[in-house]
Structures are given as C-alpha cells and as structure tokens.
Ligand binder design. Structure first.
Ligand code: PAF
Length: 285
C-alpha cells in the first residue's frame, strides 16, 4: 500500500492511474478505522476499483473545539487496517494543505440547503457545510469514479448525493449498510470514547430502532416509542424522528410506506447517531 501525505503527489498519482485506465474508488474517512470502514474498502475492491482511502480529521465539520480535540486518532493502526482490507493508496493530507486559511474561514463553502439544516444539522449548525466542502475538495483532488459511504451517516449520504446531483460531479455515490457489533451497537469511530457503562446505555439507540422496525406503527407513535426506549436506557435524546429517506422531512401520520427512522443522543458525553429503514402504517396496531 502506498502512503501519501502531499496533495500534489496525490493528484499526480491518481491522474496517472486514470490515464492507465484504472477506475478510482474513494473512501473518505476521519480515521479511527473499524469494520464499517473495512466494508467500504472491500466493496470498492470487489468492484475492481483502485482503492484510495483518505484520513483527514476535518475541523470545519466540528462546531465544538473539545469534540475535535478528543476525536480519536490512531494513524498507525489505521494504516494496518487499510492495508489488510485492500486499500491501494492511503492519503493523509495535512491541515495546512487542506485548509491553508484555517482557522480563518474559506471564501467558498458548499452548502446543501434544507437537507443539511435538519436533524444533525439542527444541533450542529454548519456541520454539513463542513462535510460537503471537504468532500467536494477531496473529490476534486482525487477524481474518483465511485465514492463509498456508510449508511450509519445516513443524512451525510443524502447531502452528498444531492451535492453530486446539483454540481453534476462525475462520481457515483455508493452507500453501504451499517455494520453493527454483536449486540447491535452501530460501529462508529466515537465508540472507543465510551466507558463500559456508557457503552451499555448506548445500546438504547439500536434497541429503539429495532423496536419500531419489528412492529409497524404511525410515525408519531414511532417517535414517542423510540424516545422512551432511549430514555429508559439512559440516553440523553437529541432527536428520534421518522423521515422521508430522500427529503429528510418529518413524516406525517397520514403517510405510509418505507421511511427512515433516525435517532441521536448523548451518552457519557459522547454523541452517537443511528438509523434504520422502517415501514409506517396509517393506523397504529
Ligand atoms: O464520515 C466521515 O468520516 C466524514 O464526515 C467525512 C465524509 C470523511 C468528511 O470529513
């Protein structure tokens, strides 16, 4: 596996690979890699792509400086995991190269209005501007044919798909299912920050989702049910919602059909999110 730290070297490398006829599959990450990331690397490999992974803890998507400081960073272990799961090139650009003006603002920001302001965006203003801007820049530097994202960050996938459509970026966005631990906890880089007790309480998120998945109800009943399952488990609930999977707008009780249940909460000072497909019915059971 090749390791690159310089963005000009990266640009040349991918230009050359494309000229040689390779399709590039890009997996953008913030490191602290786990099986969820590994599933993205393996999917890209299976598609025959040259697999390029990036690790960049993007400060522009963190509203809270403490959250940024304590975000886990495990570069050597990450390199091992990336290599073991088929990554051909691991790119770890510096902050100075990615955002030379930082901590000053950039004059250009990619903002996906509406989709980036709800759910996670409501509690973390500017978060999705930071995500969309860095992903657009990583796409520009790399020129991938396909980019792989995990559905754990479902809203992020919706925002990026919209950005790709609106800006006609020549990249296919591939979204892969959430990878879970044996007990249902969605894998996340933040899980390493959980104490034993917080980890146990964190199971409230996946339990709430399973509960509403197993018995279709009206959207309002699902919201109430998810909130109470999470609260019972000791999760400080940020939101528990049922939304249209394309517009992310909250569903009305009269709607029926496949929707997305989205939950977020804080446990032991760590913010976690999760989601699952659900079927809403117009009458409660
Ligand atoms: O999902 C993430 O790890 C980040 O939001 C991403 C897409 C790498 C952008 O910084």
């Amino acid at each position: 596996m090749r390791r690159i730290h310089d963005i000009e070297e990266w640009r040349h490398y991918t230009d050359e690979q494309r000229r040689g006829g390779r399709n590039i599959g890009l997996v953008t990450t913030m490191g602290a890699l786990h099986e969820g990331h590994a599933s993205l690397f393996e999917a890209a490999k299976k598609n025959g792509d040259l697999v390029v992974a990036t690790i960049f803890v993007n400060p522009r998507q963190f509203g809270d400086a403490r959250d940024l400081d304590r975000y886990p960073r495990t570069p050597e272990l990450d390199a091992k995991i990336a290599e073991e799961h088929g990554v051909d090139c691991l790119v770890e650009p510096s902050l100075e190269q990615m955002w030379p003006q930082y901590p000053g603002p950039t004059l250009t920001t990619v903002s996906v209005r509406g989709l980036g302001d709800v759910l996670e965006g409501e509690g973390r203003p500017g978060h999705f501007d930071g995500v969309a801007s860095v992903v657009a820049k990583l796409f520009a530097l790399n020129g991938p044919s396909r980019a792989y994202f995990g559905e754990k960050d479902f809203q992020q996938v919706v925002v990026i798909r919209q950005m790709v459509r609106d800006l006609a970026l020549p990249v296919e966005v591939v979204a892969l299912p959430i990878v879970r631990d044996h007990d249902g906890l969605a894998l996340s880089s933040r899980n390493v920050l959980l104490s034993e007790d917080a980890r146990r309480r964190a199971l409230g998120l996946s339990r709430a989702l399973r509960d509403v998945q197993s018995s279709p109800r009206r959207a309002s009943e699902m919201r109430t049910r998810m909130r109470s399952v999470m609260e019972e488990a000791g999760v400080e609930v940020s939101y528990a919602d049922v939304v249209d999977p394309f517009t992310l707008q909250a569903c009305a009780d009269e709607e029926r059909g496949p929707r997305r249940a989205m939950v977020a909460g804080v446990v032991g000072g760590v913010r976690l999110i999760d989601n699952a497909p659900v079927e809403i019915v117009s009458r409660g059971r």
